[in-house]
Design a binder for this molecule. Structure first.
Ligand SMILES: Nc1ncnc2c1ncn2[C@@H]1O[C@H](COP(=O)(O)OP(=O)(O)O)[C@@H](O)[C@H]1O
Ligand SMILES: [Mg+2]
Length: 333
Protein backbone atom coordinates (compact mmCIF):
# COMPACT_ATOMS: atom_id res chain seq x y z
CA UNK A 1 0.00 0.00 0.00
CA UNK A 2 2.88 2.41 0.64
CA UNK A 3 3.33 2.92 -3.10
CA UNK A 4 3.58 6.70 -3.26
CA UNK A 5 3.45 8.35 0.12
CA UNK A 6 2.85 12.08 0.01
CA UNK A 7 3.34 12.32 3.77
CA UNK A 8 5.64 10.24 5.90
CA UNK A 9 5.66 10.55 9.69
CA UNK A 10 8.39 8.62 11.48
CA UNK A 11 8.61 8.09 15.24
CA UNK A 12 7.36 11.57 15.98
CA UNK A 13 7.26 12.78 19.56
CA UNK A 14 5.91 16.03 20.95
CA UNK A 15 6.98 16.94 24.44
CA UNK A 16 5.38 19.63 26.62
CA UNK A 17 7.20 21.06 29.63
CA UNK A 18 5.19 20.89 32.83
CA UNK A 19 5.67 21.82 36.47
CA UNK A 20 7.05 24.89 38.14
CA UNK A 21 10.34 25.87 39.71
CA UNK A 22 12.41 22.96 40.88
CA UNK A 23 9.94 20.38 39.63
CA UNK A 24 10.39 20.64 35.92
CA UNK A 25 9.44 17.65 33.86
CA UNK A 26 7.79 16.94 30.54
CA UNK A 27 4.84 15.04 29.21
CA UNK A 28 4.64 13.41 25.81
CA UNK A 29 1.50 14.57 24.02
CA UNK A 30 2.61 12.46 21.06
CA UNK A 31 4.77 9.54 22.12
CA UNK A 32 6.34 8.05 18.99
CA UNK A 33 3.94 7.84 16.06
CA UNK A 34 4.63 6.59 12.54
CA UNK A 35 2.37 6.52 9.51
CA UNK A 36 2.26 7.28 5.80
CA UNK A 37 -0.45 8.82 3.66
CA UNK A 38 -0.53 8.01 -0.03
CA UNK A 39 -1.57 10.40 -2.79
CA UNK A 40 -5.33 10.58 -3.11
CA UNK A 41 -5.85 8.60 0.07
CA UNK A 42 -7.93 9.41 3.15
CA UNK A 43 -6.30 8.53 6.44
CA UNK A 44 -8.28 8.77 9.66
CA UNK A 45 -6.94 9.52 13.10
CA UNK A 46 -9.37 8.60 15.86
CA UNK A 47 -9.27 8.50 19.64
CA UNK A 48 -10.85 10.02 22.72
CA UNK A 49 -10.36 13.65 23.56
CA UNK A 50 -6.82 14.19 24.90
CA UNK A 51 -5.26 11.32 22.96
CA UNK A 52 -2.97 13.66 21.02
CA UNK A 53 -4.73 14.00 17.66
CA UNK A 54 -4.62 17.79 17.41
CA UNK A 55 -1.05 17.92 18.69
CA UNK A 56 0.00 15.45 16.01
CA UNK A 57 -1.82 17.43 13.31
CA UNK A 58 -0.18 20.67 14.43
CA UNK A 59 3.20 18.95 14.40
CA UNK A 60 2.67 17.72 10.84
CA UNK A 61 1.64 21.22 9.77
CA UNK A 62 4.70 22.76 11.42
CA UNK A 63 2.71 24.67 14.03
CA UNK A 64 4.11 22.55 16.83
CA UNK A 65 7.77 21.74 17.25
CA UNK A 66 8.57 18.04 17.53
CA UNK A 67 11.04 16.66 20.08
CA UNK A 68 11.99 13.56 18.09
CA UNK A 69 11.32 11.90 14.76
CA UNK A 70 11.00 13.05 11.16
CA UNK A 71 8.25 14.39 8.90
CA UNK A 72 8.58 14.19 5.15
CA UNK A 73 6.09 15.82 2.79
CA UNK A 74 6.35 15.54 -0.98
CA UNK A 75 9.86 14.12 -0.58
CA UNK A 76 11.06 17.06 1.53
CA UNK A 77 11.98 16.91 5.21
CA UNK A 78 9.76 19.60 6.72
CA UNK A 79 10.21 19.22 10.47
CA UNK A 80 13.39 21.29 10.49
CA UNK A 81 12.07 24.16 8.36
CA UNK A 82 11.65 27.58 9.91
CA UNK A 83 8.48 29.65 9.59
CA UNK A 84 9.50 31.28 6.35
CA UNK A 85 10.60 28.06 4.67
CA UNK A 86 7.38 26.41 5.85
CA UNK A 87 5.16 28.95 4.10
CA UNK A 88 5.28 27.46 0.60
CA UNK A 89 4.74 24.03 2.14
CA UNK A 90 1.46 25.26 3.63
CA UNK A 91 0.13 25.96 0.15
CA UNK A 92 0.47 22.27 -0.60
CA UNK A 93 -0.71 21.09 2.82
CA UNK A 94 -3.63 22.99 4.27
CA UNK A 95 -5.18 22.65 7.67
CA UNK A 96 -8.82 22.92 8.69
CA UNK A 97 -8.95 23.76 12.36
CA UNK A 98 -11.44 22.63 14.97
CA UNK A 99 -14.45 24.92 15.57
CA UNK A 100 -16.12 25.91 12.27
CA UNK A 101 -17.51 29.31 13.23
CA UNK A 102 -14.87 30.37 15.76
CA UNK A 103 -12.06 29.88 13.27
CA UNK A 104 -13.58 32.43 10.85
CA UNK A 105 -12.89 36.12 11.58
CA UNK A 106 -16.32 37.61 12.41
CA UNK A 107 -15.72 40.90 10.60
CA UNK A 108 -14.69 39.43 7.26
CA UNK A 109 -17.15 38.60 4.51
CA UNK A 110 -17.32 35.12 3.07
CA UNK A 111 -15.75 36.47 -0.11
CA UNK A 112 -12.79 37.87 1.82
CA UNK A 113 -12.51 34.74 3.92
CA UNK A 114 -12.29 32.31 1.01
CA UNK A 115 -9.76 34.47 -0.84
CA UNK A 116 -7.65 35.30 2.22
CA UNK A 117 -5.16 32.50 1.41
CA UNK A 118 -4.24 34.35 -1.83
CA UNK A 119 -3.47 37.49 0.17
CA UNK A 120 -1.59 35.63 2.92
CA UNK A 121 0.62 34.01 0.32
CA UNK A 122 0.99 37.18 -1.75
CA UNK A 123 -0.44 35.57 -4.86
CA UNK A 124 -1.26 38.30 -7.35
CA UNK A 125 -2.77 38.51 -10.80
CA UNK A 126 -5.95 36.71 -9.87
CA UNK A 127 -9.43 38.10 -10.07
CA UNK A 128 -10.43 37.48 -6.49
CA UNK A 129 -14.13 37.88 -7.18
CA UNK A 130 -13.88 35.10 -9.75
CA UNK A 131 -11.85 32.97 -7.38
CA UNK A 132 -14.47 33.45 -4.66
CA UNK A 133 -17.23 32.37 -7.06
CA UNK A 134 -15.22 29.35 -8.17
CA UNK A 135 -14.47 28.25 -4.60
CA UNK A 136 -18.02 28.76 -3.32
CA UNK A 137 -19.35 26.73 -6.23
CA UNK A 138 -16.86 23.95 -5.53
CA UNK A 139 -18.09 23.66 -1.94
CA UNK A 140 -21.76 23.85 -2.90
CA UNK A 141 -22.60 27.35 -1.66
CA UNK A 142 -24.43 30.01 -3.72
CA UNK A 143 -22.08 32.71 -5.06
CA UNK A 144 -24.41 35.31 -3.50
CA UNK A 145 -22.88 34.26 -0.16
CA UNK A 146 -19.75 36.37 -0.88
CA UNK A 147 -21.23 39.31 1.00
CA UNK A 148 -22.40 37.37 4.07
CA UNK A 149 -20.70 37.38 7.44
CA UNK A 150 -19.89 34.30 9.53
CA UNK A 151 -22.72 34.92 12.02
CA UNK A 152 -25.17 34.69 9.11
CA UNK A 153 -24.10 31.13 8.34
CA UNK A 154 -25.33 27.82 9.71
CA UNK A 155 -22.76 25.44 11.18
CA UNK A 156 -22.69 23.40 8.00
CA UNK A 157 -22.30 26.49 5.80
CA UNK A 158 -19.46 27.75 8.00
CA UNK A 159 -17.73 24.41 7.58
CA UNK A 160 -18.12 24.70 3.80
CA UNK A 161 -16.43 28.11 3.95
CA UNK A 162 -13.64 26.44 5.93
CA UNK A 163 -13.32 23.81 3.23
CA UNK A 164 -13.22 26.51 0.52
CA UNK A 165 -10.34 28.22 2.35
CA UNK A 166 -8.54 24.91 2.66
CA UNK A 167 -8.71 24.14 -1.07
CA UNK A 168 -8.10 27.71 -2.29
CA UNK A 169 -4.44 27.26 -3.16
CA UNK A 170 -4.74 23.82 -4.73
CA UNK A 171 -3.21 21.76 -1.94
CA UNK A 172 -2.18 18.14 -2.35
CA UNK A 173 -3.07 17.28 1.25
CA UNK A 174 -5.75 18.57 3.64
CA UNK A 175 -5.64 17.93 7.36
CA UNK A 176 -9.14 18.32 8.79
CA UNK A 177 -9.36 18.44 12.58
CA UNK A 178 -12.83 17.38 13.75
CA UNK A 179 -14.50 18.61 10.55
CA UNK A 180 -17.94 17.45 11.71
CA UNK A 181 -17.82 18.31 15.41
CA UNK A 182 -20.84 20.24 16.64
CA UNK A 183 -22.91 19.57 13.52
CA UNK A 184 -26.21 17.69 13.32
CA UNK A 185 -25.82 14.11 12.18
CA UNK A 186 -27.34 14.78 8.73
CA UNK A 187 -25.07 17.80 8.21
CA UNK A 188 -22.07 15.74 9.31
CA UNK A 189 -22.82 13.38 6.44
CA UNK A 190 -23.05 16.29 3.98
CA UNK A 191 -19.68 17.69 5.04
CA UNK A 192 -18.04 14.27 4.79
CA UNK A 193 -19.57 13.70 1.37
CA UNK A 194 -18.28 17.09 0.25
CA UNK A 195 -14.76 16.29 1.43
CA UNK A 196 -14.90 12.91 -0.23
CA UNK A 197 -16.20 14.40 -3.44
CA UNK A 198 -13.44 17.05 -3.52
CA UNK A 199 -10.84 14.43 -2.82
CA UNK A 200 -11.91 12.59 -5.95
CA UNK A 201 -12.34 15.66 -8.14
CA UNK A 202 -9.15 17.41 -7.07
CA UNK A 203 -7.06 14.31 -6.38
CA UNK A 204 -6.44 15.33 -2.78
CA UNK A 205 -5.05 13.26 0.03
CA UNK A 206 -6.71 13.82 3.39
CA UNK A 207 -6.10 13.25 7.05
CA UNK A 208 -9.40 13.35 8.94
CA UNK A 209 -9.28 13.65 12.70
CA UNK A 210 -12.24 12.75 14.88
CA UNK A 211 -13.21 11.39 18.28
CA UNK A 212 -16.16 9.63 16.64
CA UNK A 213 -15.06 6.48 14.85
CA UNK A 214 -18.21 6.16 12.80
CA UNK A 215 -17.65 9.52 11.17
CA UNK A 216 -14.81 8.01 9.18
CA UNK A 217 -16.13 4.54 8.45
CA UNK A 218 -17.31 5.34 4.95
CA UNK A 219 -14.72 7.89 3.91
CA UNK A 220 -11.34 6.71 5.20
CA UNK A 221 -9.20 4.16 3.41
CA UNK A 222 -7.12 3.53 6.49
CA UNK A 223 -7.68 4.29 10.16
CA UNK A 224 -5.34 4.66 13.11
CA UNK A 225 -6.57 4.59 16.70
CA UNK A 226 -4.71 6.77 19.21
CA UNK A 227 -4.44 6.33 22.96
CA UNK A 228 -2.22 8.46 25.20
CA UNK A 229 -0.27 9.77 22.24
CA UNK A 230 0.41 6.44 20.56
CA UNK A 231 -1.22 4.33 17.88
CA UNK A 232 -2.67 1.22 19.50
CA UNK A 233 -4.12 -0.07 16.25
CA UNK A 234 -3.94 0.86 12.58
CA UNK A 235 -5.06 -0.71 9.36
CA UNK A 236 -7.51 -0.86 6.52
CA UNK A 237 -10.66 0.92 7.74
CA UNK A 238 -13.00 -1.89 6.76
CA UNK A 239 -10.91 -4.43 8.66
CA UNK A 240 -10.48 -2.26 11.72
CA UNK A 241 -14.23 -1.77 11.89
CA UNK A 242 -15.32 -5.30 11.14
CA UNK A 243 -12.77 -7.01 13.37
CA UNK A 244 -11.02 -4.68 15.82
CA UNK A 245 -7.98 -6.38 17.32
CA UNK A 246 -7.21 -3.92 20.08
CA UNK A 247 -9.60 -3.86 23.07
CA UNK A 248 -9.58 -0.05 22.99
CA UNK A 249 -10.79 -0.01 19.39
CA UNK A 250 -13.49 -2.55 20.27
CA UNK A 251 -14.58 -0.40 23.20
CA UNK A 252 -14.72 2.79 21.09
CA UNK A 253 -16.83 1.00 18.50
CA UNK A 254 -19.19 -0.49 21.06
CA UNK A 255 -19.63 2.82 22.86
CA UNK A 256 -21.05 4.31 19.71
CA UNK A 257 -22.74 1.53 17.74
CA UNK A 258 -23.91 2.10 14.21
CA UNK A 259 -27.62 1.68 13.75
CA UNK A 260 -27.90 -1.86 12.39
CA UNK A 261 -30.95 -3.89 13.38
CA UNK A 262 -29.25 -7.15 12.42
CA UNK A 263 -26.57 -6.76 15.01
CA UNK A 264 -26.86 -6.95 18.75
CA UNK A 265 -24.29 -4.92 20.57
CA UNK A 266 -22.47 -5.82 23.70
CA UNK A 267 -21.52 -2.50 25.09
CA UNK A 268 -18.01 -2.61 26.46
CA UNK A 269 -17.83 -0.14 29.31
CA UNK A 270 -14.36 1.05 30.06
CA UNK A 271 -13.66 1.22 33.77
CA UNK A 272 -11.51 3.94 35.32
CA UNK A 273 -10.54 7.25 33.87
CA UNK A 274 -8.07 8.04 31.14
CA UNK A 275 -4.70 8.03 32.91
CA UNK A 276 -2.76 11.27 33.22
CA UNK A 277 0.17 11.76 30.89
CA UNK A 278 2.14 12.61 34.03
CA UNK A 279 1.67 9.08 35.29
CA UNK A 280 1.61 6.71 32.36
CA UNK A 281 0.65 3.18 33.43
CA UNK A 282 3.35 0.51 33.45
CA UNK A 283 3.39 -2.27 30.86
CA UNK A 284 0.59 -1.85 28.37
CA UNK A 285 -0.69 1.66 29.01
CA UNK A 286 -4.25 0.54 28.36
CA UNK A 287 -4.21 -2.21 31.01
CA UNK A 288 -5.84 -0.05 33.71
CA UNK A 289 -9.02 0.11 31.61
CA UNK A 290 -8.87 -3.11 29.61
CA UNK A 291 -11.57 -5.73 30.30
CA UNK A 292 -9.26 -8.43 28.92
CA UNK A 293 -6.11 -7.45 30.82
CA UNK A 294 -4.01 -10.24 32.30
CA UNK A 295 -1.13 -10.06 34.74
CA UNK A 296 1.49 -9.78 32.00
CA UNK A 297 -0.19 -6.62 30.68
CA UNK A 298 0.71 -4.51 33.71
CA UNK A 299 4.37 -5.48 33.38
CA UNK A 300 5.37 -5.81 29.73
CA UNK A 301 4.76 -3.12 27.13
CA UNK A 302 3.46 -4.84 23.99
CA UNK A 303 5.44 -4.46 20.76
CA UNK A 304 3.54 -3.27 17.74
CA UNK A 305 2.72 -6.41 15.80
CA UNK A 306 2.30 -5.92 12.08
CA UNK A 307 0.58 -8.47 9.84
CA UNK A 308 -1.32 -8.10 6.57
CA UNK A 309 -1.15 -4.32 6.67
CA UNK A 310 -2.52 -4.17 10.20
CA UNK A 311 -0.64 -3.06 13.25
CA UNK A 312 -1.78 -3.70 16.80
CA UNK A 313 -0.05 -3.09 20.12
CA UNK A 314 -1.57 -5.76 22.34
CA UNK A 315 -0.33 -9.00 23.94
CA UNK A 316 -3.69 -10.65 23.31
CA UNK A 317 -5.22 -9.29 20.08
CA UNK A 318 -8.94 -9.98 19.87
CA UNK A 319 -10.42 -12.65 17.63
CA UNK A 320 -13.28 -11.44 15.41
CA UNK A 321 -16.47 -11.10 17.48
CA UNK A 322 -14.68 -11.44 20.82
CA UNK A 323 -16.73 -10.42 23.84
CA UNK A 324 -15.31 -9.04 27.03
CA UNK A 325 -14.75 -11.70 29.73
CA UNK A 326 -17.63 -10.69 32.02
CA UNK A 327 -20.13 -10.59 29.14
CA UNK A 328 -18.92 -13.95 27.84
CA UNK A 329 -19.41 -15.41 31.35
CA UNK A 330 -22.93 -14.01 31.55
CA UNK A 331 -23.80 -15.48 28.17
CA UNK A 332 -22.44 -18.92 29.18
CA UNK A 333 -24.36 -19.17 32.47
N1 LIG B 1 0.47 23.45 24.71
C1 LIG B 1 0.30 22.41 25.54
N2 LIG B 1 0.94 22.35 26.73
C2 LIG B 1 0.81 21.28 27.55
N3 LIG B 1 0.05 20.21 27.28
C3 LIG B 1 -0.63 20.21 26.10
C4 LIG B 1 -0.54 21.30 25.18
N4 LIG B 1 -1.32 21.01 24.09
C5 LIG B 1 -1.87 19.80 24.34
N5 LIG B 1 -1.45 19.32 25.54
C6 LIG B 1 -1.80 18.02 26.13
O1 LIG B 1 -1.51 17.01 25.19
C7 LIG B 1 -2.51 16.00 25.21
C8 LIG B 1 -3.11 15.81 23.83
O2 LIG B 1 -3.94 16.93 23.53
P1 LIG B 1 -4.63 17.09 22.11
O3 LIG B 1 -3.62 16.89 21.05
O4 LIG B 1 -5.37 18.38 22.11
O5 LIG B 1 -5.66 15.87 22.09
P2 LIG B 1 -6.92 15.59 21.15
O6 LIG B 1 -6.85 16.50 19.97
O7 LIG B 1 -6.81 14.15 20.81
O8 LIG B 1 -8.13 15.85 22.00
C9 LIG B 1 -3.52 16.42 26.26
O9 LIG B 1 -3.22 15.76 27.48
C10 LIG B 1 -3.30 17.90 26.39
O10 LIG B 1 -3.63 18.34 27.66
MG1 LIG C 1 -8.30 17.86 19.28
Amino acid sequence: MSSDPILKVEDVQVSFPVGGLGRRSAILGVAGVSFEVNRGETFALVGESGSGKTTLARAVNGLQEISAGAITFENQRIDELDRKAMKPVRKRMSMMFQDPVGSLSPRMTVGDLVTEPFRIHGIEGRNLREEADRLLTLVGLPTSFVSRFPHQLSGGQARRVGVARAIALDPALIIADEPTAGLDVSVQGEVLNLLNDLRERLGLAMVIITHNLHVVHHVADRTAVMYLGRFVEAGDTEQVFSAPQHPYTAALLSANPEPDPDKTHDRITLPAEVPSLLARPSGCEFHTRCPWAQSRCSVDAPERQVANGRAVACHFPLEPGARPPELAEKAAS
